[in-house]
Design a protein around this ligand. Structure first.
Ligand SMILES: Cc1ncc(C[n+]2csc(CCOP(=O)(O)OP(=O)(O)O)c2C)c(N)n1
Ligand SMILES: [Mg+2]
Length: 534
């Protein structure tokens, strides 16, 4: 193999892996390879903040179902990206992060910007390493791509010191070996699972994004229908199950263990698939399951099975293969759903229709079919679930891991991944401001995604959570903390977006909704709506 500097060879490796975008924010220690990038067929997507870069890459990886490449600038850039990397890790997004560094030769100097990048990133990535020898530059990049793509998928970090990349390498650039992990369970394990679950009088299924990753939605539906079991989302932020199916129960929620306990507490046979349990901020420390409940957990992530509570049968297997086998074991006999399963909102809002309700209804009726929704609407999201219920795999994404600021960059990433589909991102006035500058990237790259700010002038979710805290602590209701208010001064979202190159309009009255929805889709390019919500 011909010798060329590592800073050129890495682009050959990216090309060999079909990587066409690099999302990033540059610095001087990356100048060598960024200068080289013009000689290669890779689009550098510049962002103005690393949270936006990681957020766009996350949306891209989720919608494209491929690894997404992120470039961060040494310790300071990595530091800014850490919060968003946390959500990529919780969500299992295959992000390959490369961080530049001045050079191995400066290690002893402890100079400006020097930091142990591997140690900084380790808690929020699946794998972190640093290239220290030019002869292993591409080997390490391939390992990173393989690790990111192997379930449980997740972000990885490769530190690229500039002096190592300046050296010649003769490594060939060849496609990374992506592993086939469609592991089927043994016949014995399937029989045992089938026996435990079919014996249940009140079966329940808890599912998560591992189902979507393995394309197991049809098999999950078959198992649910054969068991007559309600299906609840746990770490479920994509379409793992048609949310209009009569057996869809809802989402357990991410705050309080006792909310989940209410749902799972009656079940005598539980199938957990493609998720960990339980992802709340304040989880139950005791098992919320009935002591006589039989619990079967299927996942490719052995760490997550029986992580917190024992299970009766843990099966390390691909959800699609395992659910197909399980459905067969259960046989074709369907059970009718046992009673009301869904704690869903009433179909129509009581009294006057809220602006959010009206907007979601209009978008569903007049917006394009085939719509992809990136939903970070938080407390304003109810009407979205009613009017644009997640049904089609790959057409709905929610924030995961609890890190705010995913809505705008997530929609940009999804649109870059699926340019043929219409994409709209919903976010809050609070959530949007963590990564608002991503709009500049949308304008610059002409990413034709649409954005809706659900503007209630507050961190409303924090109001709701503190109310619960007051109830639990026996504290009389009083004024919310000042820190939850976002109205002093009011944020001018339309002006802010315009300053970043994205046109838009404010919608504060019901009779402005129709024209706004039409304007949004008529506009060729990114467009923002600042929607007044309660
Ligand atoms: C990066 C980050 N910072 C802070 C928080 C804490 N937090 C959780 S919800 C929330 C308020 C969100 O407000 P907004 O996006 O306006 O939605 P709303 O609650 O008003 O519907 C905050 C600040 C977080 N989850 N992530
Ligand atoms: Mg808000």
């Amino acid at each position: 193999m011909r010798a060329r500097p590592g800073k050129a060879a890495i682009f050959e490796q990216f090309a060999a892996d079909g990587i066409t975008y690099m999302f990033g924010n540059p610095g001087t220690v990356e100048q060598g390879f960024l200068d080289e990038s013009r000689n290669h067929r890779l689009t550098y997507v510049p962002t103005l903040h690393e949270g936006a870069a990681v957020g766009i890459a996350d949306g891209y990886a989720r919608a494209a179902r491929r690894p997404a490449l992120v470039q961060l600038h040494s310790g300071v850039g990595l530091g800014n990206g850490i919060g968003m990397l946390y959500q990529a890790k919780r969500g299992g997004s295959p992000l390959v992060v490369v961080a530049g560094e001045a050079g191995v030769r400066y290690d002893a100097m402890d100079a400006q910007m020097a930091a142990d990048l591997v140690a900084m990133a380790e808690p929020v990535v699946k794998y972190a390493t640093r290239v220290i020898d030019p002869a292993s530059t591409l080997r390490v990049l391939r390992r990173a791509v393989k690790m990111a793509m192997t379930p449980p998928r997740g972000p990885v970090l490769v530190v690229l010191p500039a002096d190592v990349l300046d050296e010649l390498t003769t490594e060939p650039a060849v496609p990374t070996s992506i592993l086939d992990t469609r592991v089927a369970p043994s016949a014995e394990a399937l029989r045992e699972a089938g026996r435990m679950l079919s014996a249940a009088r009140r079966p329940l299924i808890l599912m998560g994004d591992g189902v979507a990753t393995s394309d197991a939605q049809p098999e999950l539906t078959a198992v649910a229908e054969r068991l007559g079991a309600p299906v609840w989302g746990v770490n479920s932020s994509e379409v793992n199950f048609d949310t209009t199916h009569p057996l869809y129960g809802g989402q357990l929620g991410h705050m309080f263990g006792k909310d989940s306990a209410r749902v799972v507490g009656d079940a005598d046979g539980v199938l957990i698939v493609g998720t960990y349990v339980f992802p709340e901020v304040f989880p139950h420390l005791d098992s919320p399951f009935r002591s006589d409940a039989r619990i079967v957990h299927i996942d490719l992530d052995a760490y997550e099975i029986a992580k917190n509570f024992p299970v009766d049968l843990g099966i390390v297997a691909d959800p699609k293969a395992a659910l197909a086998g399980l459905a067969e074991t259960l046989g074709p006999r369907g059970r009718t759903p046992s009673g009301p399963v869904a704690a869903r909102d009433a179909a129509a809002a009581q009294g006057d229709e809220s602006l959010m309700e009206r907007f979601a209804r209009t978008l569903a009726a007049r917006g394009p079919a085939d719509l992809v929704v990136f939903d970070e609407a938080l407390t304003a999201g109810g009407p979205l679930a009613r009017h644009l219920p997640p049904r089609r795999p790959g057409h709905f994404f929610q924030t995961r891991g609890g890190s705010l600021g995913v809505g705008i960059p997530g929609a940009i990433g999804a649109k870059l991944a699926r340019p043929e589909l219409p994409v709209v991102g919903f976010t809050g006035d609070g959530g949007s401001m963590y990564t608002f500058q991503a709009l500049w990237t949308a304008a610059r790259q002409q990413v034709d995604a649409k954005f809706v700010i659900c503007n209630n002038g507050r961190y409303r979710l924090l109001d709701l959570n503190i109310e619960q805290y007051w109830r639990e602590q026996g504290i009389a209701p009083h004024a919310y903390p000042e820190a939850f208010d976002l109205t002093r001064p009011e944020i001018g979202f339309v002006e802010l977006a315009a300053a970043l190159g994205v046109p838009g309009r404010r919608v504060a009255k019901p009779d402005e909704v129709d024209a706004a929805v039409e304007a949004m889709w008529a506009h060729d390019g990114p467009y923002l709506i600042d929607l007044a919500v309660d």
